[in-house]
Design a binder for this molecule. Structure first.
Ligand SMILES: *Cc1c(COP(=O)(O)O)cnc(C)c1O
Length: 379
């Protein structure tokens, strides 16, 4: 990997979740983290986490199946279910673990799972671990999905799984069509709202924004992105939650979240449930920057959210652009294959609600300069 320049680097930064991080002694505006609302630094989350750690200790001791469940966990799960409008919810150690648990619990060896080609790695790993048949359809291509469903019409059990907001492109799944196709073909629908939780649909996700949450069988989301903390939830009917609780291997065989994290998650959920102003500002900022970039001729793909790719094509161009922006005070990651398809290397901008108007102007100026520096913007 080193010889092929594919070894991944983890640059040492200070305060990687905050609006400004420090990298090699420089203070840079952080456009890389998923802390979209800046909640990780909020007083309520920090206070609740600190108090819970002082009272309950640093760790949870074991899997909840073994030690039993702390009342704070039950409370968090009830709050998630109430927020999402489902019968029940289950809190799992991370988003990665949640997708493993969902797929291993719901998909047996005889199941067929239909999955968008750009779905998150944790979904792909969950399908692999479940040993179900894995049928991929072209990204957001509803005709291709329909043909795949028709081709596997006699499958014993059908499950369709999709990201709601795609993590490297910032575009949204066509959930309304997907819901219809699932209904027509008798497929169970699982939606991963990792990047939409806290942001879209009054914080409840894309399924709610589009008014089709009732037709989604399993809504999964994380506390680790816009909610500024750690861990994940699965929201669904009681029967499905009971199945995941019993058969989700990454839930059963893994230590539960520590009390401090559970407390922070509850505070974060209260924050997004009662205050939608931050999410509104994030949407405004996203529209403004996307409009600016499109005006400059940059290719922002199908983005409609706070994740804005600037697709530059070749790997060296993406790295050169990243370094150029760094000299302008911006920390923007360059994403290359295999994380994205060959020939689509890109900058990936993650906007956040706590960016000031002045900083937003600076971002726009930096990209205007980058466009001039590059001459023509090749897609
Ligand atoms: C980040 C992400 C996950 C994993 O969540 P973690 O809490 O970071 O483990 C799962 N699905 C999607 C779509 C994601 O973007």
């Amino acid at each position: 990997m080193r010889a092929a320049s594919l070894l991944r680097e983890m640059p040492p930064v200070d305060h990687g979740a905050e609006l400004y991080l420090t990298y090699e002694g420089e203070r840079l505006l952080n456009l890389a983290s998923n802390n979209y609302l800046g909640l990780s630094g909020h007083a309520a989350l920090r206070d609740h986490a600190a108090r819970a750690a002082l009272e309950g200790g640093a760790g949870s001791g074991a899997s909840r199946i073994v030690t039993g469940t702390d009342v704070a966990y039950d409370a968090l799960e009830r709050e998630v279910a109430a927020f999402k409008g489902t019968q029940a919810a289950l809190v799992v150690g991370s988003g990665y673990a949640a997708n493993l648990s969902i797929m291993t619990a719901l998909a047996g060896r005889t199941a067929t799972v239909f999955s968008d080609r750009l779905n998150h790695a944790s979904i792909i790993d969950g399908i692999t671990l479940s040993r179900a048949r894995h049928v991929r359809y072209r990204h957001n291509d509803m005709d291709h999905l329909r043909r795949q469903l028709e081709a596997h019409a006699d499958a014993a059990q059908k499950i369709l799984v999709t990201d709601s907001v795609f993590s490297m492109d910032g575009d949204c799944a066509d959930l309304e069509s997907i819901v219809r196709l699932c209904r027509d073909h008798g497929a169970l629908l699982v939606v991963d709202e990792a990047h939409a939780t806290g942001v879209l649909g009054d914080g409840k996700g894309l399924s709610h924004a589009l008014g089709c949450a009732d037709e989604v069988d399993v809504q999964m989301g994380t506390f680790s992105k816009a909610l500024g903390s750690y861990g994940a939830y699965i929201a669904a009917d009681e029967d499905i939650i009971a199945l995941v609780r019993n058969r989700g291997r990454s839930f059963v065989f893994s230590t539960s979240l520590p009390p401090s994290v559970v407390a922070a998650n509850r505070a974060a959920l209260r924050s997004v449930a009662t205050d939608t102003a931050l999410a509104g500002r994030l949407t405004d900022l996203s529209q403004r920057l996307r409009g600016h970039l499109d005006g400059l001729g940059f290719d922002t793909g199908g983005s409609t959210t706070q994740i804005i790719p600037v697709i530059l094509g070749d790997n060296d161009a993406a790295i050169a652009a990243r370094e150029y922006l760094r000299r302008k005070g911006l920390y923007v990651p360059a994403i290359r294959p295999p994380t994205v398809p060959q020939g689509t290397a890109r900058l990936r901008i993650s906007l956040r609600a706590d960016i000031s108007d002045k900083a937003m102007d600076d971002i726009c100026v930096a990209f205007t300069d980058l466009a001039q520096e590059r001459g023509v913007c090749r897609a």
